[in-house]
Structures are given as C-alpha cells and as structure tokens.
Design a binder for this molecule. Structure first.
Ligand SMILES: [Zn+2]
Ligand SMILES: [Zn+2]
Length: 272
C-alpha cells in the first residue's frame, strides 16, 4: 500500500525523466496507449457463473457441474490473456514495469464498481519468499494495493503465506496443476477471520487451481464468502465449451476439442 501511494506521487516526475512507452506498440506517452487499450478483449458476460470461463451462453459449465471451484463462490477475469493485456502483465512481472500496475488495477476497479459485492478485505495471491526476493515485488499485491486505495477496502497481506515453491504450471495438465498448488498456501500463525467476505486478487487465472489453493486456508481461518478476480483469463480453449451436456454429435465434438486443447501445456501459467 505504501509503495503504491509513493509510486503514484512520484509518477509525474518519473514520467518527465523517463517518458513511458506503450508496452504493446512502443508509442511514447503511457505504459499502455489508448489505441492498444481498445484492443483488449473482454471476456464478457457469456460465462460460467462459477469459474468465469467463456461459454456460448451464460450458465454453469460442464466442469463446474462436476467440480465447482469451491470454496470460491465465483472466479472472474476481466480480459482474455492475449494481445496488449498479456504483454502488460508480462511487462509488469518480468520487466519490472510497475507503472503498468495502476493501469491494470483500474480495470479491476471498474469491474468491481460495475459488479458490486460487499467486500471486507482484499487478499492478493502471495508469492513464495524466494520468488519475491528474485522479483522484488508481488504483482498481485501491487494490483490489490491500487484497488484498496481507490475503493477504500482493507488490504490483508498478513493472512496467507506461500509455504512451498511450486512447479511452473505450464508443463502440467489440469489434474497435475491442482496437485501442484494443493497445500502451497497456509495461514499466518494466530490469524483468524470471522465470516469476512474476501476478494482474492491475482493477475492471471487459467484453471483457477492457484486461487482455490488460496481459498481453502482462508475458509479454514473462518472466511465467509470468498470471491476471486483476475486481470486476465488465460484459457481461451474453453471458448467452445457449452453450458450443458452435448445435445448433438457436433456439440460433443466441440466439447471434446475444447477438453483436448486444455491438456496441451499452456505457457501462461508459468507466469503465476
Ligand atoms: Zn500502444
Ligand atoms: Zn465453470
């Protein structure tokens, strides 16, 4: 929180000395120019109301009927993980372009304002201490800090800790991803919750496995409703997913194809 506020105070000076360039097209003036912002592809409202994956119509996807993202009530991603949004997230995480954090956070803020739920606390997905030392900052915490400042919601970075490093999710299929992050997060000693509504914040979600692994200890600590919001939804392969069981051979093929694509390693979750 302190970092985000000092960053925003220093920004005019920094911009004067080092004028920012658009991460996507290179144009001088901002970290993400207006033209490239318009290219960002929203996930929209035809989604699974539980996991937030795109569907042909709004409903509950076949996967959530078997394995809903409990204890999370709903996961939402604002954009698809592609184009300028993917580049912005990579720029923030891997090139230390922290000026992108308030820009990306603004989209999360707008989403929360457009879909208001009572939120008692924001919880960013923690990084393992080794990763934090390498990167120097936790991008999810920067995003959450910007939201906390603007919407005046408490930021709780003291609830969870990442107790073991995890493998890059990219090499893993869905089941392995769940196993990889299971038990990776634990509560800080002596901290408990009393039915508070929590919104977990992260930059990207693919299967939601990391978010669920965060939510479990939060629920065990006494959290009430738990929601999750990310800037981007990495998995476009489920765009052909249908909200109900296949009703025709063609639809069955589309479902099969969507599932098959999900098993192909997805490079994006290594970013988490
Ligand atoms: Zn641009
Ligand atoms: Zn779903």
């Amino acid at each position: 929180m302190r970092f985000a506020s000092s960053l925003s105070r220093l920004r005019p000076l920094l911009d004067l000395v080092f004028p920012p360039r658009c991460i996507h097209c290179g144009r001088l003036g901002d970290y993400l120019c207006e033209t490239c912002r318009e290219e960002a592809q929203s996930v929209g409202s035809d989604i699974c109301i539980r996991c937030g994956n795109p569907l042909t119509t709004r409903g509950i996807c076949h996967r959530c009927r078997q394995d809903p993202p409990d204890p999370i009530r709903a996961i939402r991603g604002v954009f698809f993980y592609n184009g300028p949004i993917a580049q912005s997230i990579r720029g923030l995480k891997y090139h230390g372009l922290r000026g992108l954090a308030p820009i990306l956070a603004d989209y999360l803020i707008a989403y929360i304002q457009a879909h208001p739920i009572p939120i008692d606390a924001l919880v960013p997905v923690p990084l393992h201490p080794e990763r934090l030392a390498q990167r120097g900052f936790n991008q999810s915490e920067l995003l959450a800090a910007c939201i906390a400042l603007t919407l005046n919601i408490p930021l709780r970075v003291n609830l969870l800790r990442r107790i073991r490093p995890t493998l890059p999710q990219a090499q893993l299929n869905r089941k392995q991803r769940l196993q990889n992050v299971a038990g990776a997060f634990a509560p800080h000693d002596g901290v408990s919750l009393h039915g508070e509504t929590i919104l977990i914040i992260d930059d990207v979600a693919t299967t939601g496995a990391t978010l669920r692994a965060c939510a479990r200890p939060l629920r065990a600590m006494g959290a009430g409703d738990i929601w999750a919001l990310t800037v981007a939804r990495a998995n476009m392969n489920v765009a052909l997913d249908a909200p109900t069981s296949p009703s025709s051979p063609a639809e069955a093929f589309l479902l099969w194809d969507a599932n098959r694509k999900q098993l192909i390693p997805d490079p994006t979750e290594s970013l988490i």
